[in-house]
Design a protein around this ligand. Structure first.
Ligand code: PLP
Length: 473
C-alpha cells in the first residue's frame, strides 16, 4: 500500500493548518473583527439574502431585497440567488424577442452571454476551473441523476467475471436507484452486484483504509466504484486522489458524485485521473432550483481517433444525440456521428438557454475569485463554527455530536450535528422561528453550512447563540 494511504501526504494531497482561535474568540466583537479582515466580504453584496419577514410570512415583500436578512446556512441544499441572475435572464429574453432563431449563432453586443450554441462552452470553461479540469473535459447538460445514467451507460461495462459496482452505503437515494437500475438493465442481480461501502459499526466516517479494504475484497469481480466526493449526510470529504489511484491499480473504473463537493472544495479531477464525475449546480453553485448539471469526462476517454478514416471515427461508446456531434458537421444532417472531442461529445439535446443563462450568471461570480480563495475562507469559517459549538462543553453533557470530521481536509463547508434522541423537531422549530435556515435530516441530524461566498463570521456567532438557546428550551 502506498504511503499516502497512511496520510503521509494528507488528504487529496493537501494538509491544511487547522485554524486556532484566541481566548477572546467567542465574543461578538471578535466575530466582527474577522469579518472586517475578510478579503471576500464584499461578495455577500452580490446575493439576495432572503429576509426574515419573507420567511416568517410566506409572502414576498416587493422589492424582494434583503432588508433584515435571515441567517441562511443552507447552501448545501439550495444556494441563494445572485443579483446578476435576473440580468442574464433578461439578456436571454431580449435576444429571443429581438432576433428569434438568430440567437443561436449571433453574439449580441453588450450581452454577457455567448450565442446560445456556445453557452455550454461558456459554462463548461467556468466549471472546469472549479473542478480542476481542462475546459474540454467539462460540459453542462441535463441534471445530476440523468447525467449519472448517461455516464454509467458509457463506463459501466459489466462482464461475466467483473460486474460489481461499489457505492456508498448511505448513497443519496437517486444514486442508489440509478446504479440498481443499471445493474438490472444488464440483466444482473443488484443483490449480487451492488457492494455497499460503509463505516465500522457505530461509526459515521469511513476511513480511506476501510474503503481500500473493500476494494481489495471485491476487486476481482468489480467493474466500477462510484462514491460521493462529499457525503451528503456526514459532510465527510473523501480522499478522491488516493481512492481513485488505488481503484485503478485494481482495474476498476472510478466515478464521483460531486453534488456536495462542486464549488465547495478544491478538486483536481484531471490530475487525480478520475474517469468521470457528475454534479448539480443548485447547491454551492447557486444556479437556481433544478439548474443545469455538470459532468466531467477525463481527456483520455474523450478522444476521437480518425486514423481509420474521416468517416470512421473511433471513440468511447456512449448514448448519443446530435448535440454531441462536432459543430463543424452538426448541421450537415448526414447522419454520420462525429463526436465533439471531450465531455462535449456526451451531450444529447439542444440545451435550455434560460437554464444556461442562470448557470453562467452564478459562475460569473466564481470567475471573479478562485476556489482556492473561497476554500481558504471556508476552512476558517467552518472551523469558527466548530470552535464556538464545542467551547465550554464536553462530550458527556453536550446535547449533540458533530459527526463531520474535525480535520478540515476531510470536510467542506458543512457540519452535521447529530442531536440527542427526541431533540430534532423542537430544535428545528426554534431555529425556524428565529429565521435561521438550515436543514434537518432524519433521524437526528441538523446540517449547518456557512458558505464563504455570502456568509459571515458574525452570522456564525449569532447562529451558535440561537442554537444554544434552542437547546436550552
Ligand atoms: C443533491 C444530490 C443529488 C440530486 O440529484 P438531482 O438529479 O439533481 O435531483 C444527487 N446525489 C447526491 C449525492 C446529492 O447530494
Amino acid at each position: 500500500m502506498s504511503n499516502h494511504v497512511n496520510g503521509v501526504n494528507g488528504v487529496n494531497g493537501v494538509r491544511a493548518v487547522k485554524p486556532v482561535f484566541p481566548e477572546n474568540a467567542a465574543s461578538k466583537e471578535y466575530a466582527a473583527s474577522l469579518d472586517a479582515a475578510d478579503p471576500l466580504a464584499a461578495f455577500r453584496e452580490k446575493f439576495i439574502i432572503p429576509s426574515k419577514a419573507n420567511i416568517a410570512s410566506k409572502k414576498l415583500a416587493k422589492p424582494n431585497l434583503s432588508a433584515d436578512p435571515c441567517i441562511y446556512f443552507c447552501g448545501n441544499s439550495l444556494g441563494i440567488q445572485p443579483k446578476i441572475t435576473s440580468k442574464y435572464l433578461e439578456a436571454t429574453m431580449d435576444t429571443w424577442s429581438g432576433i428569434g432563431v438568430g440567437g443561436h449563432f449571433t453574439k449580441i453586443e453588450d450581452s454577457p452571454l455567448e450565442p446560445w450554441w456556445l453557452l455550454t462552452d461558456q459554462a463548461g470553461t467556468s466549471m472546469s476551473k472549479l473542478v480542476g479540469a481542462l475546459p474540454e473535459e467539462v460540459t453542462a447538460m441535463g441534471t445530476l441523476t440523468a447525467n449519472l445514467h448517461m455516464l454509467l451507460a458509457s463506463f459501466y461495462k459489466p462482464t461475466a467475471t467483473r460486474h460489481k459496482i461499489l457505492l456508498d452505503w448511505k448513497a443519496f437515494p437517486s444514486d442508489h436507484y440509478a446504479i440498481e437500475s443499471h445493474i438490472a438493465w444488464h440483466d444482473l442481480n443488484p443483490k449480487k452486484s451492488m457492494v455497499l461501502v460503509g463505516p465500522d459499526e457505530g461509526e459515521y466516517q469511513i476511513s480511506t483504509q476501510k474503503i481500500i479494504s473493500y476494494i481489495d475484497q471485491h476487486a476481482k469481480d468489480s467493474a466500477l466504484i462510484l462514491l460521493p466526493g462529499i457525503q451528503y449526510y456526514t459532510g465527510q470529504f473523501f480522499d478522491i486522489k488516493t481512492i481513485t489511484e488505488y481503484a485503478h491499480s485494481k482495474g476498476l473504473m472510478v466515478g464521483w458524485d460531486l453534488a456536495h463537493a462542486f464549488a465547495n472544495v478544491e478538486l483536481k479531477l484531471h490530475d487525480w485521473d478520475v474517469d468521470f464525475a457528475v454534479w448539480c449546480t443548485y447547491k454551492y453553485g447557486n444556479a437556481g432550483p433544478g439548474s443545469m448539471g455538470g459532468l466531467f469526462v477525463h481527456e483520455k476517454h474523450g478522444k476521437v481517433d480518425y486514423s481509420q478514416g474521416e468517416d470512421a471515427p473511433q471513440f468511447r461508446h456512449r448514448l448519443t444525440g446530435w448535440y454531441g456531434g462536432d459543430r463543424s458537421v452538426r448541421f450537415k444532417m448526414d447522419n454520420k456521428f462525429k463526436p465533439i472531442p471531450g465531455a462535449g461529445g456526451f451531450q444529447l439535446s439542444t440545451p435550455s438557454a434560460v437554464d444556461l443563462a442562470c448557470l453562467c450568471a452564478s459562475l460569473s461570480i466564481f470567475d471573479e475569485t478562485s476556489i482556492t480563495a473561497l476554500r481558504q475562507k471556508s476552512i476558517k469559517l467552518t472551523a469558527y463554527l466548530e470552535y464556538l459549538l464545542l467551547k465550554d462543553t464536553d462530550d458527556e453533557t453536550r446535547p449533540f455530536q458533530i459527526i463531520t470530521p474535525s480535520n478540515p481536509d476531510e470536510r467542506g463547508a458543512q457540519l452535521s450535528l447529530l442531536l440527542k434522541p427526541g431533540l430534532l423537531h423542537g430544535v428545528a422549530n426554534k431555529l425556524q422561528e428565529a429565521s435561521v435556515v438550515c436543514d434537518k435530516r432524519e433521524p437526528g441530524v441538523v446540517r449547518v453550512a456557512p458558505v464563504p461566498l455570502y456568509n459571515s463570521y458574525s452570522e456564525v456567532w449569532q447562529f451558535v447563540e440561537l442554537l444554544r438557546e434552542a437547546l436550552r428550551e
